[in-house]
Design a protein around this ligand. Structure first.
Ligand code: CAA
Length: 698
């Protein structure tokens, strides 16, 4: 008997207890234990079997760490069928999260009971696969085709009461899973209940799968797992018998298991959890965080204040005038109204947050007791320095002074205070109460417990928190500047913004770079270009001016109704702005460029090579500690498609040697922009991958 499953007899009931912390994942030892547990129960005269999990949950699914390796026996599908075929009555008692293979094992049991707080679902599509242990065959049989399709293609878990309504479980009872499971099994035995196998139920109801397939495919923006899972559910409705459906499920499952998208999504799953676990923070106690100050109540400052309030912090919002403070309050209340509407907070909580937890002020003295102050004022070094000098004068010793700057030098900001060890960058993404990313920018003198507090704040605010070093743009905006510049150069050479947007949405981004610029405001890029020119650009760098002309004419994108696209009131999205082509042509003529054709493939390849090359520089220079830090930054802050895993995971999957070779080819036209990252060259020379660096850093 494996240690991962404990076997015991309680009267006529054989109890199989999973003991595989932290989440009772169905690794090989658990599978072996379940198989031998069932066999032993049948051999030693038990009349029923109870399966439940010790600790925080029933099985949370297959062991994802085993993916991509040969499956060791017993496989989950065979194990499930064996449990289902048992002549004994098998009961599963669920608590915590019965997900994926976990719910599939429960569906192979003959009766299912759960505590009210239990959640259950088939989230496999989020890992790039489909429920491959009979889930696509059994769930539609118990819940009906529509309900099963919804759960399987979305991956969304549901709570026990809803599962009861849908017929997925038989009973919801308060209590410990062991106790309620034992009582239920005994009750079934006492009542002489029959063994009941889902595989014996009739095939689920047929629907118009083809129409649904197209919709699911479109919604997935190139993600193949939901649409493939739908085909597997279709097999449940079409197949002549249960075994034929299972066979089709297996084939489709293996297709996905062997796909690049599965690799990308599993990488995202583990990286999301690894990103905030920095070896240097082990054992470091963060400073106390109860009360924070936010300076500047524009969109960004109000978003930060909202996120902080929602996480239970008290917030003092500092603005320059009473009018500006009132406007900031209005923005914060507007954000909180959204949370109220979405059911995230109650009216009572709304009242407490706006009337008690939020304080408005116009005098720096109001920040004297704050544990942390985040400034979100105008992006200008002299303005930031004025703010930090004043903070230095009023804040209590040990208070953390943070800047939300997107690209300015945090060392320079720190140097204007008498306490650079307390200064840090906390780079939020707008809208800050919605966007998941937080870059914690560590300056040269930042104390380690201040870094730990940045990560603690990220956790409180439910953010994906990434450590970044100081450079222009930190991790995300620095890489963005490079791939945007690559796109601008392709435009000078002959591509159109619309072709680039289309190619990148085909790659999986929700929006292309020019549609994003219109959304963010073209004035942002304009200011950054002016700043770079003022600082003195390298004469070898290619500069484009067509976008400046748009701004000079007052077209800043969506907020002015015109940018790369024209936006009509009441309509979603825009149509290409006809003025843009003429501006681009004029710019090309000025530079003496004869435009050439670009295929979508070339656009994507160049764009991605630029992104990967800059990302490799960011890792090589230590601005990001690990490749996975870059991947998570792009995934959570820049809309990078999750199913590619992140730019560096994507690069690993494509092959680093091919990417380096392409960069060297592009460098023959422009050896200033396309300078290969030394780290990329090193990895290719050593035959290693970015993921090898991730593994080496743990
Ligand atoms: N396999 C391996 N490790 C897993 C795991 C799994 N299925 N689920 C969680 N873990 C690990 C996490 O990586 C984490 O490890 P570290 O502490 O080393 O970082 C640890 O367990 C705790 O996980 P969380 O930090 O995520 O804990 P949580 O309490 O916030 O969330 C959870 C718990 C809801 C179960 C969440 O971990 C989760 O969603 N897990 C994945 C569930 C899932 O997708 N299951 C389906 C698997 S695929 C499948 O079953 C396929 C099939 O049909 C054959």
């Amino acid at each position: 008997m494996s240690d991962a499953i404990r076997y015991e007899r309680v009267g006529d009931i054989a109890v199989l207890t999973a003991q595989n912390p932290p989440v009772n994942a169905l690794g090989v030892d658990v599978r072996k234990g379940l198989l031998s547990g069932i066999e032993r129960a049948e051999a030693d005269g038990a009349k029923a079997v109870l399966i439940y999990g010790d600790g925080r949950t029933y099985f949370a699914g297959a062991d994802i760490r085993e993916f991509g390796k040969p499956m060791l026996d017993p496989g989950l599908p065979d194990l499930g069928s064996r449990i289902e075929a048992s002549p004994l009555i098998v009961v599963s008692a669920m608590h915590g999260t019965a997900l994926g293979g976990g719910l599939e094992i429960a569906l192979c049991s003959h009766y299912r009971i759960a505590v009210p707080s239990a959640k259950m679902g088939l989230p496999e599509v989020n890992l790039g696969i489909l429920p491959g242990a009979g889930g696509t065959q059994r769930l539609p049989r118990v819940a009906g085709t529509e309900a099963a399709l919804d759960m399987i293609t979305s991956g969304r878990p549901i709570k026990a009461p809803e599962a009861l309504d849908k017929g997925i479980i038989d009973r919801v009872t308060e209590g410990e899973p062991r106790e309620i499971g034992l009582a239920y099994a005994q009750e079934l035995l006492d009542a002489g209940a029959a063994r009941r196998a889902v595989c014996d139920m009739p095939a689920p109801e047929m629907i118009d799968f083809d129409t649904r397939y197209d919709a699911v495919l479109k919604k997935g923006r190139g993600q193949i797992s939901p649409a493939t899972a739908l085909r597997s559910v279709q097999a449940a409705c079409e197949a002549d018998n249960f075994e034929a459906g299972l066979k089709r499920e297996r084939e489709l499952f293996m297709e996905l298991m062997n796909s690049d998208q599965r690799q990308g999504m599993v990488h995202a799953f583990f990286s999301e959890r690894a990103v905030s676990k920095l070896p240097e923070l082990k054992g470091v106690t963060p400073r106390t965080l109860a009360q924070i100050g936010v300076i500047g109540g524009g969109t960004m400052g109000a978003g930060i204040a909202t996120a902080a309030l929602l996480s239970g912090l008290k917030v003092t919002m500092l603005e320059m005038t009473d009018e500006a403070a009132a406007a900031a309050k209005g923005r914060i209340e507007g954000n909180l109204q959204g949370a109220l509407k979405r059911g995230k907070i109650s009216q009572d909580q709304f009242d407490i947050l706006t009337q008690q937890s939020l304080v408005l002020a116009t005098d720096y003295a109001a920040l004297a007791e704050a544990d942390l102050v985040i400034e979100a004022v105008f992006e200008d070094m002299s303005v930031k320095k004025t703010v930090f000098t004043q903070l230095d004068a009023v804040c209590k010793p040990g208070a953390i002074l943070a800047s939300n700057t997107s690209y300015l030098d945090v060392n320079e900001i720190a140097a204007c205070t008498s306490r650079p060890e307390d200064v840090i960058g906390l780079h939020f993404f707008s809208p800050a109460h919605i966007m998941k990313l937080l870059e914690v920018v560590v300056a040269d003198k930042t104390a380690i417990d201040v870094v730990a507090t940045g990560f603690a704040l990220g956790k409180m605010l439910n953010k994906i928190t990434v450590r970044a070093g100081v450079c222009d743009g930190f991790i995300g905006n620095r890489i963005l500047a490079t791939y945007r510049s690559c796109a601008d150069q392709m435009i000078l050479d002959g591509a159109s913004p619309y072709q680039i947007d289309a190619a990148m949405t085909k790659f999986g981004f929700a929006m292309g770079p020019y549609a994003v610029s219109d959304l963010a405001g073209l004035d942002i890029g304009w200011a950054s270009r002016k700043r770079k020119r003022a600082a003195g650009m390298d004469p070898r760098a290619r500069d484009s001016v067509y976008a400046d002309k748009l701004c000079e004419a007052g077209h800043f994108g969506q907020k002015t109704g015109k940018g790369y696209y024209v936006y009509e009131a009441g309509k979603r999205g825009g149509t290409p702005n006809p003025e843009v082509a003429a501006l681009i042509e004029a710019n090309r003529a000025e530079l003496g460029i004869t435009p050439r054709e670009f295929t979508d493939e070339e656009i994507t390849r160049r764009y991605m090579c630029a992104m990967v090359n800059e990302a490799a520089k960011v890792v090589g220079e230590g601005i990001a500690r690990r490749p996975l830090d870059v991947d998570m930054t792009l995934l959570f802050g820049y809309g990078f498609p999750r199913y590619h895993g992140g730019p560096l995971k994507w690069a690993d999957i494509q092959g680093l040697d091919g990417i380096l070779a392409d960069i060297k080819t592009y460098a023959q036209e422009d050896d200033y922009f396309w300078q290969p990252a030394p780290l990329l060259e090193q990895l290719v020379a050593e035959g290693r991958s970015f993921d090898d660096l991730n593994k080496g850093s743990n």
